[in-house]
Ligand binder design. Structure first.
Ligand SMILES: [Zn+2]
Length: 444
């Protein structure tokens, strides 16, 4: 790896935070003027809040501007088809349209111009390079390619780095294995759920040790798993590899944060394109970015033509670090705990499904690490005890002590009362994309 430059864009990645601040301020000012002129949606929003782009003098003034929510973007698209009137570029300038949801209901379109496409490729490549991908690497892409932003934009970025991109997609584990062997590929790009699934598949279906596959790096994203200590440990041991994670947002950019091999959280990699704020998700109050601060991540795009966002609420709940990293990058780092939408509240205590999975995975090999939370009624408020199904290892016979051990551990670590139901190995669903840790027992 040493023959390659240490950074993808050294000047931006090692810039003094004060200098970056003034660069972001300048670009935001220009962007607000552009948005005010070209986006009817933001003209309306600003007018309703009694504010205009002229009120922006310094970065401190950003907090006077209203938040943008996903629901508002959906509404904009429904009222002003096909793309919504938040879009600030004419159709002749738009070169690609992605979808930011695609799982349920109507797709929410995200459009980009040639200029935006260049920015996406730069940000995503910077994030992936930060994760340690270099030109000699062969990357097996075991993620879908169509429609969603984790597909084609990641291809563009890996090719921009100069690494070799191998589009396999999902639902093709045999092909992942044979192609990796035939090409002697060393890198796998997939969700953490899929990495766990693939290791099981290789062991049980092919009777092979996954460390023999030759994968030395896994770059993961799309769900919190790769940042959860017990899950990271399991995947790294399963494949004998280094696991780093990335974090993006379909409405903002495909991969915005990338973790360096030092594994101390994901570095912010969109320095001159996105401005981040940390807020209290309840009050909307802006929080100081300092070590161990926790809050919701908010994005303002400061260099976007087609689909601009001012103070967009991501619903991603993150922990922040600003202290220096050994790699020399000066940007802040984050770990994503989960989405505020997934958060459950028991007697005033916030609980994330990913944290429950972490606790249960810590009891491997007695458990398989697979869980499912059963909800009788819509959250986030849950009446204790929380019903959780936990998979146990095949050869375990005396189950009562394990049930108690898990319940006690959840009480001790996450401060809530659980009612654990142990189920045999292989009972709970496995996922090739994002895992669904909550099962709704009620009609929606
Ligand atoms: Zn670092």
């Amino acid at each position: 790896m040493d023959q390659w430059p240490k950074y993808y864009h050294e000047k931006m990645e090692t810039m003094d935070p004060e200098n970056l601040r003034s660069l972001q301020e300048k670009k935001l000012k220009k962007q607000l003027t552009y948005v005010w002129k070209n986006s009817p949606f933001y003209q309306r929003k600003f007018k309703v809040s009694g504010i205009s782009q002229k009120d922006f003098k310094s970065l401190e003034d950003l907090r006077k501007f209203p938040f943008t929510t996903k629901d508002e973007l959906r509404e904009s698209q429904a009222q002003h088809p096909p793309l919504g009137d938040h879009v600030a570029a004419p159709m002749e300038k738009i070169i690609r349209i992605h979808s930011s949801s695609g799982t349920t209901g109507q797709p929410n379109f995200v459009s980009i111009t040639r200029h935006d496409h260049r920015a996406w490729t730069e940000i995503t490549a910077r994030s992936i390079y930060t994760q340690g991908i270099r030109p000699q690497d062969i990357v097996i892409h075991a993620v879908g390619l169509t429609f969603f932003v984790g597909g084609l934009p990641v291809k563009d970025a890996i090719e921009a780095i100069g690494a070799a991109f191998v589009p396999i997609g999902t639902g093709a584990s045999d092909r992942v294995v044979t192609t990796t062997q035939l090409l002697q590929a060393n890198t796998l790009h997939c969700t953490p759920s899929y990495a766990i699934y693939l290791a099981d598949y290789i062991r049980s279906k092919l009777g092979m040790d996954p460390t023999k596959l030759g994968i030395k790096k896994i770059t993961s994203g799309a769900e919190p798993g790769a940042g959860i200590p017990t899950i990271r440990k399991k995947i790294q041991e399963d494949f004998g590899c280094l696991l780093t994670e990335g974090l993006g947002n379909a409405d903002a950019a495909p991969i915005i944060f990338g973790e360096c091999p030092g594994q101390k959280g994901m570095h912010f990699c969109a320095q001159e394109f996105i401005l981040c704020e940390l807020i209290d998700p309840g009050t909307g109050e802006v929080l100081e970015m300092k070590d161990d601060a926790v809050g919701e991540l908010v994005y303002t795009l400061i260099d976007r033509e087609a689909s601009p966002l001012i103070r967009f609420r991501t619903r991603d709940r993150i922990t922040v670090w600003v202290s220096p990293c050994d790699c020399g990058r000066t940007s802040f780092r984050v770990r994503c705990i989960g989405r505020t939408d997934d958060m459950l509240i028991l007697l005033g205590v916030n609980v994330f499904p990913s944290a429950i999975k972490d606790v249960v995975t810590s009891l491997r090999p007695k458990t398989t690490g697979e869980i499912q939370i059963l909800l009788d009624r819509p959250g986030p408020k849950v009446d204790p005890p929380m019903k959780i199904q936990v998979e146990v290892a095949k050869d375990l016979s005396d189950l009562q002590p394990l049930k108690r051990e898990i319940e006690n551990l959840l009480k001790e670590k996450l401060v809530f009362k659980a009612d654990v139901h142990l189920v045999p190995e292989g009972t709970l669903p496995r996922y090739e994309m994002k895992a669904k840790l909550i099962r709704k027992l009620y009609e929606e």
